[in-house]
Design a protein around this ligand. Sequence first.
Ligand code: MRU
Length: 357
Amino acid sequence: MNPKINLPFETLSWIGGLDGHVQMLEQTLLPLEEVQLEVRTVPEMVDAIYRLAVRGAPAIGVAAGYGMVLGVRGAPAGGVLEAARATKATLDAARPTAVNLSWATARILRHLEGMASSSDDELKAALLAEAHAIHAGDRDTCRRMGAHGAALIADGHTLLTHCNAGALATAGMGTALAPIYTAHAEGKRVAVFADETRPLLQGARITSWELMKAGIEVRLITDGMAARVMGEGKIDAVFVGSDRIARNGDVCNKIGTYGVAISARHHNIPFHVVAPLSTVDPALPSGDLIPIEERPAEEITEGFGNRTAPRDVQVYAPAFDVTPASLVTSIITEVGIIESPDTAKMERALRDGGVSF
Ligand code: MRU
Protein backbone atom coordinates (compact mmCIF):
# COMPACT_ATOMS: atom_id res chain seq x y z
CA MET A 1 0.00 0.00 0.00
CA ASN A 2 1.35 3.43 -0.91
CA PRO A 3 -0.16 5.63 1.78
CA LYS A 4 0.72 8.89 0.05
CA ILE A 5 -1.67 8.34 -2.80
CA ASN A 6 -3.71 5.53 -1.37
CA LEU A 7 -2.92 3.10 -4.16
CA PRO A 8 -3.51 -0.53 -3.25
CA PHE A 9 -0.30 -1.88 -4.79
CA GLU A 10 3.47 -1.80 -4.45
CA THR A 11 5.57 -1.65 -7.60
CA LEU A 12 8.17 -3.91 -6.01
CA SER A 13 9.39 -4.94 -2.60
CA TRP A 14 12.10 -7.04 -0.97
CA ILE A 15 10.66 -9.95 0.97
CA GLY A 16 12.72 -11.29 3.89
CA GLY A 17 16.30 -10.74 4.99
CA LEU A 18 19.62 -11.55 3.31
CA ASP A 19 18.15 -14.75 1.85
CA GLY A 20 15.07 -12.92 0.61
CA HIS A 21 13.73 -12.20 -2.85
CA VAL A 22 12.05 -9.46 -4.87
CA GLN A 23 8.31 -9.38 -5.35
CA MET A 24 7.04 -7.16 -8.12
CA LEU A 25 3.76 -6.42 -9.83
CA GLU A 26 4.06 -8.11 -13.27
CA GLN A 27 3.38 -5.01 -15.38
CA THR A 28 3.15 -6.81 -18.72
CA LEU A 29 -0.17 -8.31 -17.62
CA LEU A 30 -1.78 -5.04 -16.55
CA PRO A 31 -4.53 -3.97 -16.58
CA LEU A 32 -6.24 -7.32 -17.05
CA GLU A 33 -4.40 -9.30 -14.39
CA GLU A 34 -2.72 -8.24 -11.17
CA VAL A 35 -0.10 -10.93 -10.67
CA GLN A 36 2.89 -10.83 -8.33
CA LEU A 37 6.17 -12.02 -9.84
CA GLU A 38 8.88 -13.45 -7.58
CA VAL A 39 12.46 -12.81 -8.66
CA ARG A 40 15.19 -14.87 -6.97
CA THR A 41 18.16 -14.84 -9.38
CA VAL A 42 20.06 -12.34 -11.52
CA PRO A 43 18.93 -13.93 -14.83
CA GLU A 44 15.33 -13.67 -13.61
CA MET A 45 15.90 -10.01 -12.76
CA VAL A 46 17.48 -9.28 -16.16
CA ASP A 47 14.52 -10.99 -17.82
CA ALA A 48 12.01 -9.00 -15.73
CA ILE A 49 13.72 -5.72 -16.64
CA TYR A 50 14.07 -6.58 -20.34
CA ARG A 51 10.45 -7.77 -20.67
CA LEU A 52 9.23 -4.64 -18.84
CA ALA A 53 7.71 -6.66 -15.99
CA VAL A 54 9.32 -3.85 -14.01
CA ARG A 55 9.88 -0.65 -15.97
CA GLY A 56 10.25 3.09 -15.64
CA ALA A 57 13.70 4.52 -14.94
CA PRO A 58 13.61 4.85 -11.12
CA ALA A 59 11.87 1.49 -10.61
CA ILE A 60 14.49 -0.22 -12.76
CA GLY A 61 17.16 1.37 -10.55
CA VAL A 62 15.52 0.07 -7.36
CA ALA A 63 15.10 -3.39 -8.92
CA ALA A 64 18.75 -3.44 -10.01
CA GLY A 65 19.83 -2.54 -6.48
CA TYR A 66 18.12 -5.68 -5.20
CA GLY A 67 19.50 -7.57 -8.20
CA MET A 68 22.97 -6.85 -6.82
CA VAL A 69 21.95 -8.60 -3.58
CA LEU A 70 20.85 -11.64 -5.56
CA GLY A 71 24.12 -11.59 -7.51
CA VAL A 72 26.49 -11.92 -4.56
CA ARG A 73 24.50 -14.61 -2.78
CA GLY A 74 26.49 -17.56 -4.11
CA ALA A 75 29.85 -15.78 -4.19
CA PRO A 76 32.85 -17.93 -3.10
CA ALA A 77 34.68 -16.94 0.10
CA GLY A 78 36.39 -13.59 -0.40
CA GLY A 79 34.64 -13.10 -3.75
CA VAL A 80 31.77 -10.74 -2.89
CA LEU A 81 33.31 -7.69 -4.52
CA GLU A 82 34.16 -9.58 -7.68
CA ALA A 83 30.64 -11.03 -7.83
CA ALA A 84 29.19 -7.55 -7.34
CA ARG A 85 31.27 -6.21 -10.24
CA ALA A 86 30.13 -9.03 -12.53
CA THR A 87 26.50 -8.61 -11.46
CA LYS A 88 26.65 -4.89 -12.17
CA ALA A 89 27.84 -5.53 -15.73
CA THR A 90 25.07 -8.08 -16.31
CA LEU A 91 22.29 -5.90 -14.90
CA ASP A 92 23.49 -2.72 -16.65
CA ALA A 93 23.21 -4.49 -20.00
CA ALA A 94 19.54 -5.41 -19.47
CA ARG A 95 18.30 -2.06 -20.85
CA PRO A 96 20.67 0.66 -22.09
CA THR A 97 18.76 3.96 -21.94
CA ALA A 98 17.54 4.57 -18.37
CA VAL A 99 20.66 5.70 -16.52
CA ASN A 100 19.05 5.05 -13.13
CA LEU A 101 19.92 1.38 -13.62
CA SER A 102 23.69 1.87 -13.78
CA TRP A 103 23.43 4.74 -11.29
CA ALA A 104 22.02 2.32 -8.68
CA THR A 105 24.50 -0.49 -9.36
CA ALA A 106 27.41 1.99 -9.37
CA ARG A 107 26.26 3.48 -6.05
CA ILE A 108 26.21 0.02 -4.47
CA LEU A 109 29.58 -0.98 -5.90
CA ARG A 110 31.18 2.29 -4.68
CA HIS A 111 29.78 1.60 -1.22
CA LEU A 112 31.27 -1.91 -1.16
CA GLU A 113 34.62 -0.74 -2.53
CA GLY A 114 34.80 1.65 0.42
CA MET A 115 34.64 -1.30 2.87
CA ALA A 116 38.02 -2.83 2.07
CA SER A 117 38.69 -4.90 5.19
CA SER A 118 35.14 -6.17 5.75
CA SER A 119 34.07 -9.81 5.92
CA ASP A 120 31.85 -11.41 3.30
CA ASP A 121 28.89 -11.30 5.67
CA GLU A 122 29.47 -7.61 6.40
CA LEU A 123 29.67 -6.83 2.69
CA LYS A 124 26.45 -8.71 1.96
CA ALA A 125 24.62 -7.01 4.81
CA ALA A 126 25.88 -3.60 3.65
CA LEU A 127 24.76 -4.34 0.11
CA LEU A 128 21.21 -5.15 1.20
CA ALA A 129 21.12 -2.05 3.40
CA GLU A 130 22.25 0.11 0.47
CA ALA A 131 19.60 -1.43 -1.82
CA HIS A 132 16.97 -0.64 0.83
CA ALA A 133 18.35 2.91 1.07
CA ILE A 134 17.99 3.37 -2.70
CA HIS A 135 14.41 2.09 -2.42
CA ALA A 136 13.51 4.41 0.46
CA GLY A 137 15.34 7.31 -1.19
CA ASP A 138 13.27 6.92 -4.34
CA ARG A 139 10.03 7.14 -2.34
CA ASP A 140 11.21 10.31 -0.68
CA THR A 141 12.46 11.80 -3.94
CA CYS A 142 9.06 11.23 -5.57
CA ARG A 143 7.36 12.99 -2.68
CA ARG A 144 9.70 15.99 -2.98
CA MET A 145 9.30 16.24 -6.77
CA GLY A 146 5.53 16.05 -6.26
CA ALA A 147 5.60 18.97 -3.84
CA HIS A 148 7.72 21.15 -6.16
CA GLY A 149 5.68 20.28 -9.25
CA ALA A 150 2.25 20.68 -7.66
CA ALA A 151 2.97 24.40 -7.34
CA LEU A 152 2.72 24.58 -11.15
CA ILE A 153 -0.76 23.05 -11.19
CA ALA A 154 -3.80 25.22 -10.55
CA ASP A 155 -7.28 24.17 -9.52
CA GLY A 156 -9.16 23.04 -12.63
CA HIS A 157 -6.08 22.27 -14.72
CA THR A 158 -6.03 19.53 -17.33
CA LEU A 159 -2.63 17.93 -17.93
CA LEU A 160 -1.30 15.68 -20.66
CA THR A 161 1.20 12.90 -20.03
CA HIS A 162 3.02 10.37 -22.19
CA CYS A 163 4.00 6.80 -21.29
CA ASN A 164 3.86 5.92 -17.59
CA ALA A 165 5.87 7.99 -15.17
CA GLY A 166 3.65 7.21 -12.21
CA ALA A 167 3.79 5.03 -9.14
CA LEU A 168 4.42 1.99 -11.31
CA ALA A 169 7.56 3.56 -12.76
CA THR A 170 9.05 4.24 -9.32
CA ALA A 171 8.99 2.98 -5.76
CA GLY A 172 6.94 5.99 -4.70
CA MET A 173 4.19 8.09 -6.26
CA GLY A 174 5.97 8.57 -9.56
CA THR A 175 7.82 11.35 -11.31
CA ALA A 176 5.52 13.07 -13.83
CA LEU A 177 2.41 11.90 -11.99
CA ALA A 178 3.74 12.93 -8.54
CA PRO A 179 2.79 16.61 -8.97
CA ILE A 180 -0.63 15.50 -10.23
CA TYR A 181 -1.20 13.16 -7.26
CA THR A 182 0.02 15.88 -4.91
CA ALA A 183 -2.22 18.56 -6.44
CA HIS A 184 -5.17 16.13 -6.20
CA ALA A 185 -4.33 15.40 -2.54
CA GLU A 186 -4.22 19.17 -1.91
CA GLY A 187 -7.82 19.37 -3.08
CA LYS A 188 -7.19 20.84 -6.54
CA ARG A 189 -9.47 19.52 -9.28
CA VAL A 190 -7.21 18.01 -11.93
CA ALA A 191 -7.84 15.93 -15.03
CA VAL A 192 -5.41 14.06 -17.25
CA PHE A 193 -5.19 13.13 -20.91
CA ALA A 194 -3.03 9.99 -21.13
CA ASP A 195 -1.31 9.20 -24.42
CA GLU A 196 -1.74 5.53 -25.27
CA THR A 197 2.04 5.24 -25.97
CA ARG A 198 2.72 2.94 -28.88
CA PRO A 199 3.88 0.25 -29.14
CA LEU A 200 3.79 -1.21 -25.62
CA LEU A 201 0.85 0.91 -24.45
CA GLN A 202 2.19 2.00 -21.06
CA GLY A 203 -0.25 4.95 -21.16
CA ALA A 204 -3.29 2.82 -21.93
CA ARG A 205 -2.42 -0.17 -19.79
CA ILE A 206 -0.67 1.45 -16.83
CA THR A 207 -1.15 5.23 -16.54
CA SER A 208 -4.89 5.14 -17.02
CA TRP A 209 -5.09 2.12 -14.67
CA GLU A 210 -3.23 3.78 -11.82
CA LEU A 211 -4.92 7.19 -12.23
CA MET A 212 -8.32 5.53 -12.15
CA LYS A 213 -7.32 3.63 -9.00
CA ALA A 214 -6.33 6.97 -7.45
CA GLY A 215 -9.67 8.51 -8.36
CA ILE A 216 -8.22 11.04 -10.81
CA GLU A 217 -10.20 11.86 -13.93
CA VAL A 218 -8.34 10.45 -16.93
CA ARG A 219 -9.09 10.34 -20.65
CA LEU A 220 -7.15 7.97 -22.87
CA ILE A 221 -6.10 9.17 -26.33
CA THR A 222 -3.95 7.61 -29.02
CA ASP A 223 -0.53 9.22 -29.53
CA GLY A 224 -1.61 10.85 -32.79
CA MET A 225 -4.40 12.74 -31.04
CA ALA A 226 -2.19 14.76 -28.70
CA ALA A 227 -1.61 17.68 -31.10
CA ARG A 228 -5.32 17.82 -31.91
CA VAL A 229 -6.27 17.94 -28.22
CA MET A 230 -3.73 20.70 -27.61
CA GLY A 231 -5.08 22.64 -30.59
CA GLU A 232 -8.57 22.38 -29.12
CA GLY A 233 -7.28 24.26 -26.08
CA LYS A 234 -7.90 21.37 -23.72
CA ILE A 235 -4.41 21.13 -22.19
CA ASP A 236 -2.93 23.51 -19.59
CA ALA A 237 0.45 21.79 -19.24
CA VAL A 238 2.35 18.64 -20.20
CA PHE A 239 4.09 16.55 -17.54
CA VAL A 240 6.43 13.73 -18.58
CA GLY A 241 9.20 11.72 -16.95
CA SER A 242 12.66 10.94 -18.28
CA ASP A 243 15.04 8.03 -18.65
CA ARG A 244 18.19 10.11 -18.99
CA ILE A 245 18.89 13.83 -19.02
CA ALA A 246 22.13 15.12 -20.52
CA ARG A 247 24.23 17.75 -18.77
CA ASN A 248 22.79 20.49 -21.03
CA GLY A 249 19.17 19.62 -20.17
CA ASP A 250 18.31 17.56 -23.28
CA VAL A 251 15.71 15.03 -22.16
CA CYS A 252 15.41 11.43 -23.25
CA ASN A 253 12.04 9.78 -22.67
CA LYS A 254 9.66 7.27 -24.22
CA ILE A 255 9.38 7.42 -28.01
CA GLY A 256 6.80 10.05 -28.95
CA THR A 257 7.75 12.51 -26.22
CA TYR A 258 9.71 14.69 -28.67
CA GLY A 259 6.61 15.11 -30.85
CA VAL A 260 4.55 16.01 -27.78
CA ALA A 261 7.14 18.68 -26.87
CA ILE A 262 7.07 20.17 -30.38
CA SER A 263 3.27 20.30 -30.31
CA ALA A 264 3.30 21.85 -26.85
CA ARG A 265 5.71 24.58 -27.97
CA HIS A 266 3.58 25.26 -31.07
CA HIS A 267 0.51 25.71 -28.89
CA ASN A 268 2.29 27.71 -26.17
CA ILE A 269 1.70 25.01 -23.58
CA PRO A 270 4.29 24.49 -20.80
CA PHE A 271 6.26 21.26 -21.17
CA HIS A 272 7.49 20.03 -17.78
CA VAL A 273 9.87 17.13 -17.19
CA VAL A 274 9.83 15.55 -13.74
CA ALA A 275 12.89 13.47 -12.87
CA PRO A 276 15.21 12.79 -9.94
CA LEU A 277 18.86 13.85 -10.13
CA SER A 278 19.71 10.14 -10.51
CA THR A 279 18.26 10.48 -14.03
CA VAL A 280 20.77 13.21 -14.93
CA ASP A 281 23.89 11.85 -16.61
CA PRO A 282 26.57 14.51 -16.12
CA ALA A 283 29.00 12.48 -18.24
CA LEU A 284 27.00 13.29 -21.38
CA PRO A 285 27.30 16.92 -22.54
CA SER A 286 24.28 16.63 -24.84
CA GLY A 287 21.37 14.36 -25.64
CA ASP A 288 22.68 13.07 -28.98
CA LEU A 289 25.10 10.89 -26.96
CA ILE A 290 22.34 9.07 -25.07
CA PRO A 291 22.15 5.38 -26.06
CA ILE A 292 18.71 4.65 -27.48
CA GLU A 293 17.32 1.17 -26.96
CA GLU A 294 15.89 -0.56 -30.01
CA ARG A 295 13.20 -3.12 -29.30
CA PRO A 296 12.19 -6.22 -31.30
CA ALA A 297 10.19 -5.56 -34.47
CA GLU A 298 7.44 -7.89 -33.23
CA GLU A 299 6.46 -5.36 -30.58
CA ILE A 300 5.23 -3.21 -33.49
CA THR A 301 4.13 -5.81 -36.02
CA GLU A 302 2.38 -8.21 -33.65
CA GLY A 303 1.92 -6.38 -30.38
CA PHE A 304 0.24 -8.45 -27.67
CA GLY A 305 0.06 -11.44 -30.03
CA ASN A 306 -2.04 -9.73 -32.68
CA ARG A 307 -0.38 -9.46 -36.12
CA THR A 308 -1.10 -6.00 -37.59
CA ALA A 309 1.56 -5.64 -40.31
CA PRO A 310 2.61 -7.67 -43.34
CA ARG A 311 4.98 -10.54 -42.60
CA ASP A 312 8.62 -9.61 -43.33
CA VAL A 313 7.92 -5.85 -43.41
CA GLN A 314 11.02 -3.87 -42.42
CA VAL A 315 10.70 -2.12 -39.07
CA TYR A 316 12.62 0.54 -37.14
CA ALA A 317 11.86 0.41 -33.42
CA PRO A 318 13.65 2.97 -31.22
CA ALA A 319 12.08 2.88 -27.76
CA PHE A 320 13.08 6.41 -26.74
CA ASP A 321 13.68 9.85 -28.24
CA VAL A 322 15.44 13.01 -27.15
CA THR A 323 13.74 16.37 -26.66
CA PRO A 324 16.17 19.27 -26.93
CA ALA A 325 16.45 21.45 -23.84
CA SER A 326 15.18 24.41 -25.87
CA LEU A 327 11.69 22.83 -25.90
CA VAL A 328 11.66 22.15 -22.15
CA THR A 329 9.88 24.69 -19.96
CA SER A 330 11.22 23.20 -16.75
CA ILE A 331 12.84 20.17 -15.20
CA ILE A 332 11.38 19.42 -11.78
CA THR A 333 13.80 17.56 -9.50
CA GLU A 334 13.88 16.76 -5.80
CA VAL A 335 15.99 19.88 -5.20
CA GLY A 336 13.68 22.25 -7.04
CA ILE A 337 12.58 23.48 -10.44
CA ILE A 338 15.11 24.22 -13.18
CA GLU A 339 13.47 26.67 -15.57
CA SER A 340 14.62 26.76 -19.22
CA PRO A 341 17.41 24.25 -18.48
CA ASP A 342 20.93 24.67 -19.79
CA THR A 343 24.34 23.34 -18.75
CA ALA A 344 25.00 25.96 -16.07
CA LYS A 345 21.59 25.45 -14.45
CA MET A 346 21.87 21.66 -14.59
CA GLU A 347 25.30 21.81 -12.94
CA ARG A 348 23.95 24.09 -10.21
CA ALA A 349 21.13 21.62 -9.48
CA LEU A 350 23.60 18.73 -9.33
CA ARG A 351 25.71 20.69 -6.84
CA ASP A 352 22.59 21.57 -4.80
CA GLY A 353 21.78 17.85 -4.70
CA GLY A 354 25.30 16.94 -3.54
CA VAL A 355 26.05 15.05 -6.75
CA SER A 356 29.75 15.02 -7.64
CA PHE A 357 30.47 15.17 -11.35
O1 MRU B 1 10.03 1.49 -21.60
P1 MRU B 1 9.60 2.01 -20.28
O2 MRU B 1 8.19 1.71 -19.94
O3 MRU B 1 10.56 1.62 -19.17
O4 MRU B 1 9.72 3.59 -20.43
C1 MRU B 1 9.41 4.39 -19.34
C2 MRU B 1 9.47 5.83 -19.64
O5 MRU B 1 9.81 6.25 -20.72
C3 MRU B 1 9.16 6.78 -18.52
O6 MRU B 1 8.56 7.93 -18.99
C4 MRU B 1 10.48 7.13 -17.83
O7 MRU B 1 11.16 5.97 -17.42
C5 MRU B 1 10.28 8.00 -16.68
S1 MRU B 1 9.53 7.08 -15.41
C6 MRU B 1 9.45 7.76 -13.98
